[in-house]
Design a protein around this ligand. Structure first.
Ligand code: NAP
Length: 204
């Protein structure tokens, strides 16, 4: 249960990146946004387990860098560094694969940074739902934008994702997940801070 919806969603996103072996190898530059969050943390740790060694993780809180490095990030970038410049139609080819949990202006700035035949898996909208972009990354660089939907993910394919979570994707560097009783839930919420990144399984 420690994976929850976040882990399941991250795993679907990783399978989309793995569909592009001609573009994405273990040493090509990947990006995971909102990486201290549930989806981002799992995506990072699954990619690290698979042997990708050039993953950049973004966060608004650089004091979390050690946590992200422990999960497998080779580089940590402040999220606002992605959006500080005005969006260009096409920019320097920087990332071959992106797992994006933020959407909005962050995704807008990422699409022009994609490498030829790069892949973006859009999972979330923590930074916004609007997407003002152009067709150029798609028609001039062959970029693929996958939308990830864990809710209506086909039943026949769910088993494969859970199987991957139990085998190839199973992180080696995941922090301890604690299990607490249902009646401890209120205490748990009271003690949580914005910096809390651990996961907890509630035993009911
Ligand atoms: N498609 C699906 O099936 C599916 C499934 C699950 C979740 N989701 C969506 O995926 C997204 C991430 O889910 P999650 O469970 O990982 O959420 P989460 O644990 O709250 O993590 C989101 C992370 O994004 C960053 N963030 C939050 N607000 C931001 C903002 N305004 N601007 C920039 N960064 C911001 C934060 O990281 P820092 O503080 O480190 O920057 C936060 O840890 C959400 O939008 C969620 O609704 C989609």
């Amino acid at each position: 249960m420690q994976y929850g919806t976040a882990g399941f969603t991250a795993a679907i996103a990783v399978t989309k990146l793995l569909r592009q072996p001609a573009t994405i190898d273990h040493h090509t530059p990947l990006l995971v946004t909102g990486a201290t969050g549930g989806v981002g943390s799992f995506a990072l740790s699954f990619l690290a387990k698979l042997g990708f060694d050039q993953i950049t993780a973004t966060t608004r809180d650089l004091t979390q860098s050690a946590y992200l490095t422990q999960l497998g990030a080779a580089h940590v970038l402040a999220t606002d560094q992605l959006t500080v410049q005005p969006t260009k139609l096409l920019a320097h080819q920087t990332y071959t694969g992106v797992i994006d949990t933020l959407g909005g202006p962050v995704l807008e700035h990422l699409l022009p940074l994609m490498h030829q035949d790069g892949v973006v898996a859009a999972c979330g909208n923590a930074a916004g739902i609007q997407l003002n972009t152009s067709v150029l990354p798609f028609i001039l660089r062959g970029v693929t934008l996958y939308g990830i939907d864990s809710v209506y993910y086909p039943r026949k394919d769910r088993k494969e994702i859970w199987q991957l979570l139990a085998t190839n994707f199973k992180p080696v560097n995941w922090p301890t997940t604690e299990t607490v009783a249902f009646n401890q839930l209120a205490t748990l919420f009271n003690e949580a801070t914005p910096q809390t990144t651990s996961r907890t399984v509630i035993q009911y």
